[in-house]
Design a binder for this molecule. Structure first.
Ligand SMILES: [Zn+2]
Length: 338
């Protein structure tokens, strides 16, 4: 059937947490179904248990192939990813089986995105304790997406999204000492390039990007450090020479007051995360950029304590899906995936 809307795969995250519930609520949401064609990637048995416990009415069409999806009726397309050992687990329990299942769902969704069968992937929360019990090394979605898509882990970045604000991190989960050592002219150039490409995929024709400094007051002309003069500014100048619209470096403490930017790039985890956690109305979405696919997770936990109760709020996931849906509407996705 013709695909008038982007197809978005929703990987349901940890089977013992709220992931299946918020995935179901989001996939059945009217605004989501208007904006895109959702396909849930999960074990139908897991979904049915959560639906029943949470009082969600759902009629599942289990698919062996994405090509068999059909959005002409109210049924929910579920790309079958069987995880028999995780389907019967208690809500709220940590286990190796649920750790394995959450990454199996994400991995299956990434594979169909790489194959061009879906336009983007949204992943519900995983549980890091359960993943560790499964003996799998996992330090967040960006490096996972890099491994699953064959991208260099140093070339993927996290873009935190809430409302219209997008914040990209040049470095993320490492010691500040190690992060500073990683900030080179090439690194800053690559993160600017990945940000520009991701914004274009999201339908912004000529993205305007602001880049922070590393030091107080962006170095104050070298008084408080020279990384801005020697590394960040030259990388910005090179991007501008390539025709990109990039401004900075600007002190990270004042940068977010500036209007008119489609994304802010920061050098360190806390420069961006403090702002996001203070300002976001709902949980933020974390988009992984720099890989060949569009991938977003929802930056809240698996909330084991309220799993199966029907009270989990799907709003952050709905926002993440709607944001990715714009990519398809702008027609920006297909060429990027080709
Ligand atoms: Zn973090």
């Amino acid at each position: 059937m013709p695909r008038d809307k982007p197809t978005i795969a929703i990987a349901t995250g940890d089977p013992a947490g709220i992931g299946p519930e918020i995935s179901l609520k989001a996939a059945l949401d009217t605004a989501v179904r208007q904006a895109c064609n959702p396909i849930v990637v999960s074990d139908p048995g897991v979904l049915e248990r959560h639906a029943e416990a949470c009082g969600i009415k759902v009629n599942i069409r289990a698919l062996q192939r994405i090509g068999d999806a059909d959005w002409s009726d109210q049924r929910l397309n579920v790309f079958n990813c069987p995880t028999p050992d995780a389907a019967k687990l208690d809500f709220g329990a940590n286990s190796a089986a649920s750790g394995r299942a959450s990454l199996a769902f994400a991995s299956a969704a990434i594979k169909v995105a790489l194959a061009g069968e879906v336009d983007a992937v949204v992943a519900a929360p995983q549980n890091e304790t359960s993943i560790a019990l499964a003996g799998i090394t996992f330090d967040g979605h960006p490096s996972f997406v890099a491994r699953e898509t064959g991208t260099d882990e140093n070339d993927v970045y996290m873009m935190l999204c809430f409302g219209d604000t997008k914040i990209v991190h040049a470095t993320l989960h490492q010691s500040v000492r190690d992060a500073i050592a990683m900030i080179t002219r090439e690194k800053v150039a690559r993160v600017i390039c990945a940000t520009d490409a991701a914004l274009k995929k999201l339908g912004i024709g000529k993205p305007k990007i602001s880049v922070s400094g590393l030091n107080p007051h962006a170095g104050e002309d070298g008084l408080f450090g020279r990384e801005e003069i020697e590394i960040i500014k030259p990388a910005i100048d090179a991007a501008v020479a390539e025709g990109l619209s990039v401004t900075g470096p600007i002190g990270a403490d004042i940068m977010f007051h500036k209007k008119g930017f489609d994304a802010f790039i920061v050098m360190l985890h806390d420069q961006g995360h403090i702002v996001a956690k203070l300002l976001a109305q709902n949980a933020t979405a974390a988009m992984t950029i720099g890989s060949p696919i569009l991938f977003s997770s929802v930056a809240h936990g698996s909330a084991h304590d309220i799993a199966g109760k029907g009270i989990a709020n799907p709003q952050a996931m709905i926002e993440a899906i709607l944001r990715l849906s714009k990519a398809g509407r702008a027609g920006g996705l297909r060429p990027a995936l080709a």
